[in-house]
Write a protein that binds this ligand. Structure first.
Ligand SMILES: *[C@@H]1O[C@H](CO)[C@@H](O)[C@H](O)[C@H]1NC(C)=O
Ligand SMILES: *[C@@H]1O[C@H](CO)[C@@H](O)[C@H](O)[C@H]1NC(C)=O
Ligand SMILES: *[C@@H]1O[C@H](CO)[C@@H](O)[C@H](O)[C@H]1NC(C)=O
Ligand SMILES: *[C@@H]1O[C@H](CO)[C@@H](O)[C@H](O)[C@H]1NC(C)=O
Length: 871
């Protein structure tokens, strides 16, 4: 129907808006032409300007941008001005502008990630990368005359663009969407013509727009939708399930039909069938398992109508989190017909599950208690930046599952829609969060600037976008708001929560509260009490606010929306080690003011925070608490507390920025996967001569209940975990080269063991890939690790050799490198990088078919290779 300009690849079309319906004998198969949703990711030109090149601004564009909000206002109020929008004379929107000198690239794209860590005006908080400026993206799109003659509707759907997007087609200002984290749709229909069309998108990313690395650019997927004027609206279906049992479940489906680009009233028939969703292909599989009664409605030109119907499914396969439950998914395939001809086909993946919020028991899914073993993550994907990539996001979730994690808080903004497809498929629970600020700013140019105009459209479109995902168990409308204790905060939370309840009455709403106590208007109003740090007691204080909230609100669920904020650098152990369970980090107290590293004993946290061990104790002492969301699962770019003024990335992660596990990964695994026989011993045991004879505490994380430590073969004693003890500590051990070995026991029986050896001099590199077979779709990735080893193949834990990466042969490319060191200022695009704690990472992308040979070399060391097969 249309031809993309230049190279065109159809990439990963999510099932919920794919082009064809599941075929069945009894249902007319929708024509492939009913809805075409095609990736527009390939073949863009881009330029970034550090000062405004076009004299445009959100303020001048606003009257043309605000009408996009109408679909998400209870009372639509914006009328597009009759005069053509500004920018028509700007050269970048012209068809004949010569963009050949602009950078050629494919989306998703983060314009800042390859930069150097010295961007003027961008501090450590934002990761020092060049996120600011105006970015212009251009691309041609062609339509053949048939599309225009058939009067099709044409939409641009953007999963997210950072930030203040404004879109022109053929010199006409179409509209835009300011909030960089939200998805939006613009109607191109009035401006399309047969033949070549020029699309131009302007983004504007201000300095001081965020507290962490926001990324920059069109960092998520872009889609072009061509459909009949009568079609299912944007985010236009809503599935709820009720009376869920192993015997049967009731499915209620609302389908919103829009007839916007025509003047004629149409009688539309809606027929929907339900299929099982194949988790791999994301397509309907097998025959229909339920059929909704057909429904008819009249939709006048320029209006919308919602058609509701319900169906019963017998012996449903329920959706639930592993390990006890399984994330079964279904898909509802809705076909709209007029006069017996299918005009649209729309797929809505969903899951059947019940959820209960119990103030004393916590979260119950399908009647089973699920303690929340959650983490908070920001949206960047380490050295890949914020450019969304399915495999990089899936790797994050899979490693959290390996640790025993079962939940994610999308702190503090809407995630890429593709992330929720992953959490649905893997059975990972989600607290879906939208805002970090309301009326009051945290940084000068954050969302508070546009909160009055945009909170309602952003919130409604966000909930409508995500409410069919079974993994979403709660909505969060905010985090650590400046106005949390005031009456303004109380009124605002009520306004936001009312909107959410209207759009989705099935889930409870929460907010991250770090400063308000019980009895404020905000805590009186909110469904779920979400506490940041105060439940555990901040810093050196053990005073918990869990009891006072629980007694004030005996019917409200309470969880820790943020816990821990433990800081550490992987593999860097600093002495002396605190004898406390949790200590406030300071210079020479867990933190080295010279190297800017923080101790990997994982006992140190900022003044508001706590070690994992302290959090576990407070959660266990207050069993009514539904669980925690640890700050953070993965390290992220920006917010390098306590070295915000010098470092590039955070110290908070359980997993470092490169994806290497810090020691506390095993502390969480021991608690969250008690059935997994495991033991982990720290620190490493390869110290320089000046450590010999010095106190070097040895700590053990195990899912066992008891362990014996051997230092150079001699027992240092057998210890049993006491109540509220989560690691076993031998704090008086002195270092001597050799080895340490721990044998763990459970119920008196040997359960697991672990050891560390003193390595010799670095002699070679050892290269491994997380996956040695990947797809050649230019999206799939292999994460390749180089470890520095001695002549016997033992890891050299403090090695920092500079490693050079290359692809020797085959259809692959190294897209970035990292080592997880928050102080490393070598750009992520560099093929040379020091090892940190003996490890370095290269991210390899497959492009085509064949064997990719990846090599790592370092001066004086034997090089190593790995072969990644691209299929
Ligand atoms: C149809 O369902 C939607 C979404 O649940 C609801 O808002 C609306 O009130 C329902 N309409 C009718 C007529 O039941
Ligand atoms: C459907 O049929 C009616 C009556 O014959 C006609 O007026 C209308 O234009 C038809 N609609 C379409 C989309 O063919
Ligand atoms: C970082 O810089 C800010 C502003 O110059 C200053 O107020 C703060 O004390 C510095 N922090 C540290 C840890 O040096
Ligand atoms: C070296 O690579 C092999 C796989 O090729 C792996 O099993 C081993 O753990 C690696 N050793 C180190 C120290 O990373």
């Amino acid at each position: 129907m249309f031809n993309a300009h230049g190279l065109f690849l159809a990439l990963l079309v999510p099932a919920h808006l794919a082009t064809t319906a599941a075929p069945t004998a009894s249902q007319p198969r929708a024509q492939a032409s009913t809805r075409e949703r095609t990736s527009l990711n390939v073949g863009w030109r881009f330029a970034r300007f550090t000062s405004n090149p076009d004299a445009l601004s959100y303020e001048t564009l606003k009257p043309w941008i605000l009408p996009a909000a109408n679909d998400f206002l209870s009372a639509p109020k914006y009328k597009r001005p009759s005069e053509p929008g500004p920018g028509a004379k700007v050269s970048y929107v012209q068809v004949d502008f010569d963009d050949a000198k602009w950078e050629k690239l494919d989306l998703p794209h983060d314009w800042a990630i390859k930069g150097t860590f010295d961007a003027p005006g961008v501090g450590g908080g934002l990761g020092r990368l060049p996120i600011n400026g105006v970015g212009w993206y251009r691309r041609r799109v062609s339509f053949d005359t048939g599309v225009i003659a058939a009067g099709k509707s044409v939409y641009l759907e953007m999963d997210g663009a950072m930030a203040y997007a404004a879109v022109w087609l053929n010199g006409n200002l179409v509209g835009g969407w300011p909030f960089g984290y939200n998805s939006f749709r613009l109607d191109l229909t009035p401006f399309v013509k047969a033949g070549e069309n020029q699309l131009a998108i302007r983004l504007d990313n201000a300095l001081d727009s965020s507290r962490w690395y926001p990324g920059a650019g069109i960092y998520r997927n872009v889609w072009l939708v061509v459909v009949d004027p009568v079609h299912v609206a944007y985010h236009g279906t809503y599935v709820t399930t009720s009376a869920v049992s192993p015997q049967a479940a009731t499915i209620v489906l609302a389908v919103e039909i829009e007839n916007v680009n025509s003047n004629s009233r149409q009688q539309v028939e809606v027929s929907t069938k339900v299929y099982e969703l194949d988790p791999v292909t994301r397509k309907a599989s097998g025959g229909a398992v339920a059929t909704f009664p057909g429904a008819r409605t009249n939709v006048a030109g320029g209006t919308k109508q919602t058609v509701n119907s319900s169906a019963t499914i017998t012996s449903p396969k329920l959706w639930g989190p592993p390990p006890k439950q399984h994330p079964n998914e279904y898909v509802a395939v809705s076909i709209l017909s007029i006069n017996g001809t299918a005009v649209d086909s729309y797929e809505t993946p969903f899951g059947i599950r019940s959820i209960r919020y119990d103030a004393n028991k916590g979260i119950l899914i399908n009647g089973e208690h699920v303690q929340i073993y959650g983490v908070c993550n920001h949206h960047d994907l380490g050295s890949l930046g914020t450019a969304f990539n399915v495999r990089a996001a899936e790797r994050q979730i899979q490693m959290l599952q390996e640790m025993g994690g079962n939940a994610l808080r999308t702190s503090h903004n809407p995630p890429a829609p593709g992330l929720l497809d992953i959490t649905d498929r893997l059975g990972f629970l989600v607290m879906d969060e939208i805002f970090d600020t309301w009326n009051n700013a945290k940084t000068k140019n954050d969302f508070s600037r546009i909160f009055p105009d945009w909170h309602e459209p952003d919130l409604r479109s966000f909930v409508r976008r995500d409410r069919n995902h079974p993994s979403v168990i709660s909505w969060s409308v905010g985090n650590e708001l400046a106005e949390q204790s005031s009456s303004v905060g109380g009124a605002t939370v009520k306004m936001l929560q009312d909107i959410v309840h209207k759009e989705d009455p099935t889930r409870q709403v929460t907010v991250g509260i770090n400063n308000a106590g019980p009895g404020t208007q905000l805590t009186d109003t909110i469904d779920i009490i979400g506490l940041n740090y105060q439940g555990e007691g901040k810093g050196n204080s053990w005073t918990s606010t869990f009891p006072s909230f629980h007694s004030k609100y005996p019917n409200k669920l309470i969880w820790s929306t943020e816990s821990a904020s433990t800081v550490s650098s992987r593999g860097v152990y600093l002495f002396p080690v605190t004898s406390s369970k949790s200590a406030v980090v300071a210079a020479n107290q867990g933190a080295d003011p010279t190297t800017h590293h923080v101790s990997a004993y994982d006992l140190y946290a900022p003044s508001w925070a706590a070690s994992p061990d302290k959090v576990f104790e407070q959660q266990d002492r207050h069993a009514f608490v539904a669980g925690e969301f640890v700050w953070t699962g993965w390290d992220y770019i920006g917010e390098p507390t306590p070295y915000d003024n010098s470092s590039r990335s955070s110290y908070f992660g359980i997993i470092d920025l490169a994806g290497f596990k810090k020691d506390r990964f095993f502390l969480y695994q021991a608690r969250w996967r008690p059935e997994l026989p495991m033991a982990h011993v720290l620190p490493h045991w390869t110290w320089p001569a000046d450590r010999v004879g010095k106190v070097t505490p040895v700590h053990v994380c195990t899912s066992g209940d008891e362990a014996e430590l051997f230092v150079n073969g001699v027992s240092a004693g057998r210890k049993k975990k006491g109540q509220y003890e989560y690691r076993l500590r031998w704090d008086a051990v002195t270092y001597a080269p050799g080895d340490i070995r721990v044998v763990a026991y459970k119920n008196g029986k040997e359960w697991a063991s672990a050891s560390r050896y003193t390595a010799g001099a670095a002699a070679a590199l050892n290269v491994t890939a997380d996956r040695t077979t990947i797809r050649g779709d230019a999206q799939d990735l292999s994460f390749v690790t180089a470890a520095v080893v001695d002549k016997d193949g033992r890891a050299v834990p403090q090695a920092s050799n500079e490693i050079s990466w290359s692809v020797l042969s085959g259809p692959g490319r190294i897209v970035s490198t990292d080592n997880g060191d928050p102080t490393d200022m070598v750009p992520f695009s560099s093929l040379k990088r020091r090892a940190f704690g003996g490890l370095a990472l290269a991210v390899v992308r497959g492009e085509g078919k064949g064997d990719v040979v990846v090599e790592a070399r370092a001066k004086g060391l034997l090089e190593a290779r790995v072969v990644v097969r691209v299929e």
